[in-house]
Design a protein around this ligand. Structure first.
Ligand code: SIN
Length: 277
């Protein structure tokens, strides 16, 4: 198996492996690489839904997403789908999956089944590198703060996208109470400090006035998407990406109207996050 970094910020290509036939040593190598690079990309994989699940279970329990329409007969696999006549895509804004949960998902493993001829790439941004680039005084300020996360804006009863995503996203009553996480969390595997806020689900900062909270989050959201923290992945049918939800953001581009894009996503459960020291 070869693992080749794709940028200084995050991401690595993994080649020379069929993920259907991993042995324990391959799985251990991938666990380390996943934690180190944040997102791993594989090409030309041929996976049934059951094989996809077997691969994902190598990395933990499955965290069933309560809002996505599942694949028929596979409640653990979420459909990420846009039909040729649909305008709104899923995941078309910077976010990290499940930050609205008390114990956010460890990562997501997305497998491409149908990809438009051009377009439909996914951007990823590295929150370890984003944190490192902050000045010492801002790091000190953030180190003592917790942010509030909510799924309501995206999945709740009042989301503005309800009509556009009907049939693909549902169950708005499953949005739970808001949760809080430290703004700077320690990566559970490496201990690396990570900036843990995201534009889709982080709504405010505990203890700050509304104006302070808005100003600081606006800065952090702008900072997190600086081009040097980003990479861009071009999908092909059979591509597989596994990203760490603690250390990365992602953004599914919506630039392929008139074409179908269909992927299967499995999310791996994680633990409650603790502040970095
Ligand atoms: C997602 O946000 O989980 C989907 C990403 C993608 O479709 O590229």
């Amino acid at each position: 198996m070869d693992i080749t970094p794709v940028s200084n910020a995050l991401g690595a290509n993994v080649s020379g492996i069929d993920v259907r036939s991993l042995d324990d040593s391959d799985a251990a190598t991938l666990v380390e690489a996943w934690a180190q690079y944040g997102v791993l990309f594989f090409r030309d994989q041929k996976l049934t839904p059951d094989e996809h699940l077997t691969f994902a279970r190598r990395f933990g329990e499955i965290d069933i997403n309560r809002f996505f329409t599942p694949v028929d007969g596979h409640p653990e696999i979420a459909q990420v789908l846009k039909e040729p006549d649909q305008e709104h895509n899923i995941g078309g804004g910077w976010h990290t999956d499940h930050s609205y949960d008390q114990a956010p998902a460890r990562g997501s493993i997305l497998y491409a089944r149908e990809i438009p001829p051009i377009g439909g790439d996914t951007l990823f941004a590295g929150m370890g590198t984003a944190y490192d680039a902050l000045s010492r005084p801002i790091k000190e300020l953030l180190g003592g703060l917790r942010a509030v996360h909510s799924g309501a804006q995206v999945f709740g009863v009042r989301t503005k996208h309800a009509e556009a995503t009907a049939g693909r996203i549902g169950n708005p009553e499953a949005v739970g109470d808001d949760v809080t996480h430290p703004i700077v969390v320690a990566h559970p595997h490496t201990g690396r400090p990570l900036l843990y806020v995201n534009p889709a689900f982080t709504t405010s900062i505990e203890g700050l006035t509304a104006a302070e909270s808005r100003a600081l989050l606006t800065f952090l959201f702008e900072h997190g998407r600086r081009p040097e923290f980003q990479i861009r992945f071009q999908w092909e049918p059979g591509s597989l990406a596994m990203w760490d939800n603690r250390s990365t953001w992602h953004f599914a581009l919506n630039d392929y109207h008139g074409h179908r894009r269909y992927l299967h996503r499995i999310t791996v459960a994680g633990d409650e996050l603790v502040a970095a020291h």
